[in-house]
Ligand binder design. Sequence first.
Ligand code: PRE
Length: 368
Amino acid sequence: MTVKKSKNGGAEAQIKKLREQIDALDVKIQALISERARLALAVAETKQQEGSNNFYRPEREAEVLRNVLARNQGPLSEEAMARLFREIMSACLALESRLRIAFLGPEGTFTQEAALKQFGHAVETAPLAAIDEVFREVESGNAHFGVVPVENSTEGVINHTLDMFMASPLKICGEVALRIHHHLLGKGNDPQGAHSVVSHQQSLAQCREWLDANLPGVKRVPVASNAEAARLAAADVGTLAIAGDTAAQLYGLHMFASNIEDRPDNTTRFLVIGTLETVPSGNDKTSLLLSSRNRPGALQRLLAPLAKNKINMTRIESRPSRQSMWEYVFFVDIDGHMKDRKVAKALADLEKEAAFLKRLGSYPKAVL
Ligand SMILES: O=C(O)C(=O)C[C@]1(C(=O)O)C=C[C@@H](O)C=C1
């Protein structure tokens, strides 16, 4: 008994000592964060004196986060360390100017998660019901930036987002890559007793194999979003939802099975849209909208300037042009920033070959 007591006493004393060290470090960290915030305010003042009211600088934020990752020695993971610095920058930016970010809602969607991953929590977020509403909110100046999904590694592109760029004057200012984990959620006790499983059609597709193996008799019903699915599951014990953590928490649902996506590397790419022309960050990509003249070998000829200038094309998607039948436009992503000499030369060559070329934006590659 005496030994145990002294052991406990020893452990408690040890914890007390460690906590004193933590307290002493917290004092220093806090003072440094305040000093950092004062410097950010000074940067804001300089921006204002220059006549600029673009306080958000995605290229600088990408650089800060890349430096953080390069320095990280553990024990915190890259994600954890980046998240902490993201929130520090978010709070600093909020001192300079509070941003309003429109995103494809409702609350609890993966797009909201992507918006918070990119901007941190010190922004005002505005959930909107459809992708075109997000574009309109930014175009009208009601929101500083918008976040929309564009591509999923299992199911491919989100055509609606690409189509919006044909007519919209907005630029792509950044991209966010988000690992997507889907869970089977509900209010009841036994998922086998459910009559239907609801989710966004992409999520149902991303969990197809799991559903075939585990819930073969349950009807699959596509709905507008995963968050909407969670809302429906919260209202009816016979309805199961496939959605992510945020929606599960928001609607207080029971998690019957976690990470049910067929591919463990399931990632969705989101775009940050706005009026800002992002300057080079040192590791950028450029998105273009192209259409070819209607003649044999047109696509090959169209892309030749990229090969000639040794530009790496990372993606190409074709979409009907909507101008005339059987004509296509191409969404092309290339490595580099349009201000890079090599890219600028390739774009000048491309312009001569293409019937139409729209520069959708150059922006930092997703950091994490
Ligand atoms: O460097 C700037 O331009 C800043 O305003 C500072 C800071 C930061 O906290 O590091 C804040 C907001 C910008 O988006 C980028 C960086």
